[in-house]
Design a protein. Structure first.
Length: 479
């Protein structure tokens, strides 16, 4: 376990009352909704950012908004930190607990409450998986647009917490563009409703504030999301280039030309080889970089759009252009891309970065990323959402070697600083969590951070919700 990123010191008074706290939570929840034995707590000690782990005080698994509110009222009354948890797929450490915290997991709140096709919305509990929404309305010709690579497992509550995106965010937007309303429990147990089925809500845009709050403003228990009609047709096309720089420049020129495909996904040579060995998707192995460009619409529309994209690609010395010829082939192409993180985990430990850069800087940042990783004596595989500049370099290392781990974390920090210096930001969809917390000062001034912390404190004056995350530990208001 790495200790490079510190956590807040546990509250001694809370640790001393552990037995009493567990007994009180047992009065609020049925036995199957409370985990407190040490060996049963182990699955909750970390999330997908596995270099760091802490055993929580207890885990509450409520089934209803009322039970969430009861747990929150109790923890607020006695000053007990709470760490919200969805499926635990966070790559930034957003759901890692601490020893004095109650993990509040939403996995039992996994029902789709309403499908309203006339209004094109669905109302779901926070523990519903991302993919389950689309599967529930697919037969009616609809889908839910945000599609993170972890969509088979990740939940809507976690998507809202991190403002998750996915391959198709270029055209359809990320979670905030597809979220219409939430039911949320505040730190003191108060239940509020923000937004609803209407496309716009009266008053301040608190919904926009909540989307991306990383579990620090409240606990989202239900969400109202947009449903979108399926397109007439969709066609992914593979474009192979000699280098990552050429592929990056092609992406910038496609967008600059006013062409908005459904998706533009990028893989460099290491990522191509890793994904092809896993999925056998038919990716070309003789290229230095690959773009998966998907267009949609009628056959005529797709043909016209692809013609324009091919012309741009030729200006960047494209080596391979291959259109998929069947639904099976299209599924394999996307299987390879969406399996990238898991496939990489088969060959090495890795840290996945999440910086976002302007498209005009994509080629420059890709080149510098390779130089940074080389300088630390490590390897990198780049696979990411190129259309919106959301980079996901996977830094490969040996987690059993403390020095290798330290080099990987240092390389990751340098890459994120590079993204900010290039005019981008620290995170596109994974969140800040603990991973990027101490880099916040590289992006924001002290005045900026103070204002953000003041907003957070308006919802949670005692900083009980996910307290070790997002903001640097030094300079916080006294608790």
């Amino acid at each position: 376990m790495s200790d490079a990123i510190p956590f807040l010191a546990p509250r001694a008074d809370v640790l001393a009352r552990r037995a009493r706290i567990v007994a009180d939570l047992a009065d609020l929840l049925p036995p199957e909704c409370l985990v407190h034995e040490a060996r049963e707590l182990v699955p909750f000690e970390t999330d997908a950012f596995v270099s760091y782990r802490r055993l929580p005080l207890a885990v509450a698994l409520p089934r209803t908004t009322a039970e969430v509110a009861a747990v929150m009222r109790y923890c607020h009354r006695y000053g007990i930190p709470v760490v919200p948890r969805g499926a635990g797929t966070s790559l930034s450490g957003g759901a890692i607990p601490q020893e004095d915290a109650v993990v509040l997991g939403l996995s039992k709140m996994n029902s789709i409450l309403e499908i309203d096709l006339p209004n094109r919305v669905a109302v779901v509990q926070a523990g519903v998986t991302n993919l389950n929404i689309s599967e529930s309305v697919s037969a009616d010709g609809f889908f839910y647009a945000p599609d993170p690579s972890s969509q088979l497992a990740c939940t809507i509550g976690g998507n809202i917490g991190m403002n998750s995106g996915g391959a198709h965010c270029l055209k359809y937007g990320v979670t905030t563009n597809n979220l219409l309303g939430v039911r949320m429990v505040l730190v003191d147990g108060t239940v509020i409703e923000l937004g609803g089925k209407a496309l716009d809500a009266a008053g301040y845009d608190l919904l926009g504030l909540v989307c991306g709050h990383e579990g620090q403003l409240g606990i989202v228990t239900e969400a109202t999301v947009r449903l979108i009609a399926k397109p007439e047709g969709a066609r992914p096309v593979l474009f192979g280039f000699e280098s990552s720089e050429e592929a990056g420049a092609c992406v910038a020129d496609i967008i600059a030309a006013g062409i908005i495909p459904v998706a533009i996904e990028f893989m460099d040579k290491p990522a191509i080889e890793i994904c092809e060995a896993f999925a056998h998707a038919g990716y070309p192995l003789d290229v230095g970089a690959l773009l998966i460009v998907e267009v949609e619409g009628s056959e005529a529309e797709m043909d016209a759009t692809l013609k324009d994209i091919v012309e741009i690609a030729r200006r960047h010395a494209v080596k391979t252009v291959r259109e998929c010829q069947s639904a099976t082939e299209a599924a394999l192409i996307w299987k390879g891309r969406k399996s990238a993180f898991g496939a990489t985990g088969r060959i090495a430990d890795y840290i996945c970065m999440d910086g976002t850069v302007p498209l005009s800087q994509l080629s420059h940042v890709l080149k510098k990323t390779t130089e940074i990783v080389d300088r630390y004596g490590l390897r990198v595989a780049n696979v990411f959402h190129a259309g919106d500049g959301n980079m996901h370099p996977l830094i490969l290392f040996n987690a059993n070697d403390p020095e290798d781990t330290a080099r990987a974390e240092a390389a990751g920090n340098d890459i994120l600083k590079l993204c900010v210096d290039a005019g981008g930001c620290l995170t596109g969809e994974h969140g800040v969590g603990i991973e990027k917390r101490d880099l916040m000062r590289h992006q924001y001034s002290e005045a900026d951070l103070a204002q953000q912390m003041a907003v957070r404190a308006a919802f949670d004056p005692g900083w009980l919700l996910n307290p070790s995350k997002v903001f640097p530990l030094e300079g916080r208001p006294a608790q």
